[in-house]
Design a protein. Structure first.
Length: 213
């Protein structure tokens, strides 16, 4: 298949999926990275995403996203090549404190110049892109991209934010979502081999093994 046509078809599917981020509480924005951002997709390419969440709700938000897209059957379930085609690869979560990201290598530096905003708060995306890509703050052409959906949370997300925004939410984040995630992710990272960048803390989660040179 012609690569331009393939890229268009993949973007069409990804944009349809973007509407479900409106259900996610404590979500700031989502940007597209990887091959979808630079345009060199293949038939089995997945959808690499970077997700920004509210400080103090990293693991709660991650579990909400995983649940929604797992139920939809659109989340990449593992690291196998044969299971990744057109699935969401949620391998990088950040908070505002970790928006400024250092490229791993030359390939990731190219991606940082081509990130595509997919969903979320325009002002926060603007600040994030300026920090990482050197965009002109007075020229918001990247937010005028037709692939971008302005983030507007629905009643479900707003209700969850009210319910989990206080002390109860703090306890769930620390003692339930955070504790379970750290235990499971630590085991996952212990099995990984090779080069890459792996970060696991309350302000940033990143899982990039054997990145392209």
């Amino acid at each position: 298949m012609d690569q331009k046509l393939l890229l268009d078809l993949k973007w069409k599917k990804l944009r349809k999926l973007a509407k479900y981020f409106a259900f996610v509480p404590f979500l700031d924005f989502v940007v597209v990275t990887g091959s979808m951002a630079v345009g060199n997709v293949k038939e089995n390419s997945d959808f690499d995403l970077l997700v920004s969440v509210k400080e103090g709700r990293m693991f709660t938000t991650r579990y909400c996203i995983n649940l929604i897209f797992s139920l939809l059957g659109e989340r990449r379930p593992d690291d196998l090549e044969e299971t990744k085609s057109d699935k969401l690869c949620l391998n990088h979560f950040v908070t505002e404190a970790t928006w400024s990201i250092k490229p791993i290598n030359a390939y990731s530096a190219v991606i940082y110049q081509n990130w595509v905003p997919l969903w979320g708060d325009e002002q926060k995306i603007e600040k994030f892109l300026i920090l990482n890509s050197g965009y002109d703050p007075n020229a918001k052409t990247h937010l005028e991209d037709l692939r971008f959906r302005k983030g507007k949370k629905n009643a479900v997300a707003r209700s969850l934010e009210r319910s989990l925004g206080g002390t109860i939410g703090d306890l769930i984040e620390k003692n339930v979502a955070g504790a379970i995630a750290k235990r499971r992710l630590s085991k996952y990272l212990a099995r990984k081999e090779g080069s890459g960048r792996f970060i696991l803390n309350e302000r940033e989660l990143e899982f990039h093994s054997n990145p392209k040179k």
